[in-house]
Design a protein around this ligand. Structure first.
Ligand SMILES: [Zn+2]
Length: 276
């Protein structure tokens, strides 16, 4: 087990809904096309831990373009939130990353997520004709890991994180807490234990996919997020997975004080002080 990680730099790779902003066909909805902060790729984050360990959360439809935009040149581990297309469909580009860096990339997630990803992209993990070497390995979190601090350890590093159990419509997803920060995308509700496991964070990057709308069976609206944060108590709430109805400036002007819309390329500094 390598050295303990104490800090991280989160980059919001994308903060758009499943179709991005604008939607295909250059459909901007209520978003001002002239404001670059309304240009949103599919939701994903990257965390550079202590300046060298490169942790990727999800590999969505825009993954390759996001990594190139941020000039990231390697990825050490990938954590998945769930297996929906907007969070997974860029995974094929991990092949090239593994080939260029000559390092097999381990991917992690809930057992059901890993099963589904392997089912759809088995060639990345085992090649039937044995013409190519597998370039990824897959690993499922233990069933009892959820809402409990876990240690992620490699030869180089170790850090504590908490996989958070989340409800996402008629399925579920996994959020991730890292020290004083948590990323909770694609969530329609939380079991109370999950909200309790988020208590003590300073910054919360959280789904608000139904901003300004009433249908909150799959993604929450602002009112829902505010109810959750009454329990979680984050001092800074950054809203992500934003739809074409969420114009950046209009949102910024109307949100409560410690709330803000995310934007692609946004940087959030985090630290790994002991979790409360
Ligand atoms: Zn999504």
């Amino acid at each position: 087990m390598g050295r303990s990680i104490s800090s991280g730099r989160v980059t919001v790779l994308g903060c758009g809904g499943s179709g991005g902003v604008p939607l295909i066909g250059n459909y901007w909805g209520l978003c001002d096309p002239h404001n670059p902060r309304n240009l949103r790729t599919r939701s994903s984050i990257h965390i550079m831990l202590d300046g060298f360990f490169s942790l990727q959360i999800d590999t969505g439809t825009d993954f390759r373009a996001q990594i190139n935009r941020e000039t990231l040149t390697y990825i050490d581990s990938v954590f998945f939130t769930h297996a929906h297309s907007d969070h997974v469909n860029g995974i094929d580009d991990l092949r090239y990353m593994a080939m260029i860096t000559q390092k097999i990339i381990p991917v992690y997630g809930h057992a059901a997520t890993i099963d589904e990803i392997r089912g759809r992209f088995l060639y990345l993990f085992e090649h039937k004709e044995k013409l190519y070497k597998p370039l990824l390995t897959s690993h499922a979190w233990e069933d009892n890991a959820y809402n409990q601090p876990q240690i992620h350890a490699t030869d180089d590093i170790n850090f504590t994180f908490t996989p958070i159990h989340q409800i996402h419509g008629n399925t579920f997803s996994i959020g991730y807490r890292f020290g004083n920060f948590a990323y909770s995308t694609d969530v329609s509700d939380f079991p109370l234990e999950s909200l309790n496991a988020l208590k003590g964070i300073d910054t919360w990057l959280v789904d608000c996919g139904q901003y300004g709308q009433d249908f909150i069976e799959v993604h929450p609206n602002l009112e829902r997020v505010m109810e959750w944060n009454d329990i979680v108590g984050a001092k800074r709430v950054i809203l992500t997975h934003l739809p074409v109805k969420a114009d950046y400036n209009a949102m910024s002007a109307s949100l409560p004080n410690h709330f803000e819309p995310a934007h692609d390329g946004q940087i959030i500094e985090i630290n790994f002080a002991p979790q409360s």
